[in-house]
Design a protein around this ligand. Structure first.
Ligand code: AMP
Length: 177
């Protein structure tokens, strides 16, 4: 991707200090998503990166992961699988509890969403510490899929979440802070 495009995305992300808690600088991507040329550029760049990797399913994390994840599934012509907060999925689920800085959180996936021949691209909007993605990877692994790739729009390099995922999972992020 050209430097110009990377900078266009980075410059359009809005920084919100002390949200949702004091000390966190929230990267608000709604200011990027509302611009049609940036929205399609993100989808096109991600789709180009994964075009020949044999992806069969996009697995996206609630809720901001659904936005680009859904568009990416359409663009790549593959299925879409949501990873959701507890109690939202109606059929039988696998459940993963994971630690946050304060307390714990839980994610779920439908037990019949994936099978052992799937090649999965796990997508979320942003990689921080990597805890959320690791929990989602654990859920995907329960179905014994063939391979898992992981993608983000934004990666916060200073939190080193990548080191918890890669290896063994290949991580691709469009922009880095
Ligand atoms: P982590 O599990 O620490 O990698 O956090 C990633 C998840 O939390 C993603 O679903 C993000 O949407 C959200 N998140 C964490 N930190 C931020 C941040 N600084 N700005 C926006 N979203 C964040």
């Amino acid at each position: 991707m050209s430097d110009f495009l990377i900078h266009s995305i980075k410059d359009s992300i809005r920084n919100i200090p002390d949200f949702p808690v004091k000390g966190v600088q929230f990267k608000d991507i709604t200011t990027v998503l509302k611009m049609p040329e940036l929205f399609s550029m993100i989808v096109d760049q991600m789709a180009a990166h994964y075009a020949n990797m044999g992806i069969t399913k996009i697995v996206a994390i609630e809720s901001r992961g659904f936005i680009i994840g859904g568009a990416l599934a359409y663009k790549l012509g593959v299925g879409f699988v949501p990873v959701r907060k507890p109690g939202k999925l109606p059929a039988e689920t696998y459940t993963k509890k994971y630690d946050l800085e304060y307390g714990t959180d839980t994610l779920e996936i439908h037990r019949d969403a994936l099978h052992d021949q799937d090649v999965v691209l796990l997508h979320d909007d942003l990689l921080a510490t990597g805890g959320t993605s690791l929990a989602a990877i654990d859920l995907v692994k329960q179905s014994g899929v063939k391979k898992i790739f992981v993608s983000f729009i934004v990666e916060l390099d200073f939190l080193k979440g990548r080191n918890r995922l890669c290896p063994p999972y290949e991580v691709f992020s469009l922009v880095h802070f």
